[in-house]
Design a protein around this ligand. Sequence first.
Ligand code: PLP
Length: 377
Amino acid sequence: MNFERVAGIEKSLIRKMFEKANDKSINLGIGMPFCKTAESVKNYAIEAIKNDKTFYTPNQGVKELREEVAKKNSDELSLELDSENVLITNGATQAIFTLMFSLLKPGDEVLIPDPGYPLYKTVAKMLKCNIKRYTLLLENDFDLNVDETSQKVSTKTALIVLNSPNNPTGMLISKKSLEAIASLIKNEGTYVLSDEIYRGLNYEEPIPSISSFLPLERLFVVSGVSKEFSMTGWRIGWIISSRYNISQILKAHMHIISCISEINQLAAVAALKLKFQNIRDIMKFNRDFAVEKLSKIPRIKYKVPKGGLYIFINVSAYGNGEKIANLLLENGNVITIPGIAFGEHGKDFIRISFGADLESLERGLDSMRRFFSYVTV
Ligand code: PLP
């Protein structure tokens, strides 16, 4: 059959919500900080154009950027990294696709979170892998349940996907759980993909990483500048792993995408060198603002997120998440995302993003409060 790999792939519920919305809808759906790129970063990119940085770069990425990424992550993850441990990709999205494409074969088992970022499932499906899911429950602070997850890990498990801070819950995998998961990985053929794209947006405590417990030979850490530096449109992400693993993924990467625009890679160098934290501070303010507003809405349940951009709200006292998200859009003109978009365990939830500018956030949350005051069960 033609197009067999994509035959079962449907438009995401996230997309569908945006298609139902209009120009005036208040956007609490999209997962990005509203902040514009820093002037100094823009100027660096403009200089790059003027200096004719307009040619192909090495497939793996420009050395200067790989060195900056290695330095940043050596500090944050207490690893000893150099530029050969890093592959520059077109955002974290392409990092996830290319590493799963390189690593996995049809029939391999892939363990992903429920609720979890939809990309993992879509890629695993395209690669004809067997998908298993471990659950993250509100009652457990959306931490991974070690007993349940252990039971799902077998000799057939090729990849375990972790995402902390998590999209859509904003919560973390505890150090204890990470240590337990690492100890499960005795089988030679099992790897971990740790999606740490929200690591830089942490609001309370340092975010533990499985990299403290697992050697790089078995681990891929994925991240990028999209969220921490509010540079979603520059499309710069990366994979960190052992030299050998990177050399294997590079074989696919060079044929899929060749390389990333040097202008954008140099803009990322500027962002990493600046080490600014104002996006995190702005997002922390927004989080606190959103939580204060939500506290006025009766009978919803949520956890105050420790990182990332989202609050995952249990609305089961009013209806299922999909129904409520649709009603909120129709009656309150606010875009939220039905939790079912992230897995079965999200069905009673909606996800809001506090990445919006403060005015939109206020209007959206006020509209939600009004909506929940009159919606009948
Ligand atoms: N991983 C997670 C958990 C995300 O939420 C997102 C974007 O929303 C990505 C990866 C993709 O990031 P990028 O924009 O760098 O491709």
